[in-house]
Design a protein around this ligand. Sequence first.
Ligand code: KG4
Ligand code: ZN
Length: 344
Amino acid sequence: MGTIILGIESSCDDTSAAVVRDRTLLSNVIAGQEVHEKYGGVVPELASRAHQQHIVPVVDTALEAAGVGRDQVDAVAFTRGPGLLGSLLVGSSFAKGFTAALGIPMIEVNHLQAHIMVHFLLAGDAVDLSPPFPFLCLLVSGGHTQLVRVESHHEMKILGRTIDDAAGEAFDKCAKLLGLPYPGGPHVDRLASEGDPGKFSFSRPRLEGFDYSFSGLKTSFLYFLRDRLKEDQHFIDKYRHDLAASLQATIVKILMDKLKRASKETGIRHVALAGGVSANSGLRQELLRVSENRGWKIYIPPMRFTTDNAAMIAITGYYRYLAGQFAPEDIVPLARIYFSEEGS
Ligand code: KG4
Ligand code: ZN
């Protein structure tokens, strides 16, 4: 029979529901929100309203696609945070109502841990490619950038994190300066494939330890464009591809330098990527190249599991279910939560 978990994700601008039977993904439905595009970023009030409209049909579709009836669900896992409070409230309220009606438990999930846990899903051809413990995970998303030492399904230790912008934010903010739509990361990626990554150079931070910083790069990119545009107002149009390629190469170098150092210092050679920016082809190629030189075994999530999805919430919920980690009925969502430096 197996354990059936319904996962709900609503931390930002995607409403998603997924069903797993043990580790096997049965369905994963995502409704995006185009309403934010014209604002160049996510508008929290519009996001929570769109979640309210999407949540019921998205859950119904996920259950139907999985061939699972409501009465077969053993527990509901939902994103408690971090994320936008209004958006999180929609998912957590839904989980409360659904579980109360059926008399089943509710499981809180940390969105950041879930991005990492996606590596334990069995999807598609159901080949088990999950990393052994301990492994290092570079978690790169629109809101977070962390270098994590993963000890078990429940224990994760943050070795370093960004002190200002996240890697995805650096992509998105610089993309905006190039006149690209939000979110800009995928557009930069596409343009970069036809550009010269060595054409321009931008400043890289000099930070001790494993922490990251991306705000200096954004400023350096801004001033560079401003100066060049003074000389030639068509500069961006002429060099769009080279600018994207050089920007991407700089972000990838910043990310990879610390990852290489972390692997060297910890002696861990199982290395995983997670989060929206792990869709980036420059990052994937560089990880592959470095892994060949250094004898790393690497774990890259399938494209559809890099950005926000409920499959990652459901699989995290499954492991918490096995450990008996259930949420109280009066649980509230939290806009900011991190797994602690010492463990989860
Ligand atoms: O993990 P995610 O879906 O949402 C958060 O939890 O933040 O990540 C979204 C981020 C955005 O900043 C987006 O621009 C970036 O992931 N992203 C990319 C690519 N695809 C998505 N960045 C660079 N290259 C891509 N191919
Ligand atoms: Zn995310």
